[in-house]
Write a protein that binds this ligand. Structure first.
Ligand SMILES: [Zn+2]
Ligand SMILES: [Zn+2]
Length: 157
């Protein structure tokens, strides 16, 4: 249900996009999770069967430029992973996601909801400040990494 709504809104927004940006958006939609521009370039090349088709696959510069455009249009969200390259994912226009990023295995878990909406209200009330946007990524250790690294300490629990 949510997906089909997303699809139709994306179809509308997509009409005015340059060809390269369209291809980037499509590839990013097919991705299982967030991708860096480099990952995306790699995946887009792989998705073409022949050498001739591969040569038509957009270069890294086009991909960077397209991602910038898509991010500006609110179709894609850029997520900064600390010192690493930015990763990108498709979002519903006007919406955004927050992630829990595991520093050990690099896995990211999407939060089901934005936790900052009520904080923004408090800030408006207490400071008279209207927040228009925010960024929040939480870094730590995921459950499976924690279990893996604490196997010899299980009697502690
Ligand atoms: Zn992990
Ligand atoms: Zn939020």
């Amino acid at each position: 249900m949510i997906r089909s709504k997303l699809e139709s809104r994306l179809v509308g927004a997509r009409k005015n996009l340059p060809k390269g940006a369209k291809a980037v958006l499509e590839a990013l939609q097919k991705a299982p999770g967030m991708l860096s521009a480099r990952d995306l370039s790699f995946r887009m090349k792989l998705s073409h069967q022949t050498k001739d088709e591969q040569s038509k696959s957009p270069g890294l510069t086009t991909i960077y430029r397209s991602l910038e455009l898509l991010t500006r249009q609110g179709l894609v969200q850029a997520v900064s992973f600390g010192d690493q390259e930015k990763r990108y994912e498709v979002v519903e226009p006007g919406h955004h996601n927050h992630h829990l990023v595991c520093k050990s295995c690099d896995k990211s878990i999407k939060l089901r909801e934005c936790l900052l909406a009520s904080l923004e209200e408090t800030i408006k009330k207490d400071y008279g400040f209207s927040v228009s946007e925010h960024l929040l990524e939480l870094f730590g250790i995921c459950q499976s990494c924690e279990l893996g690294t604490t196997l010899d300490n299980t009697d502690r629990r």
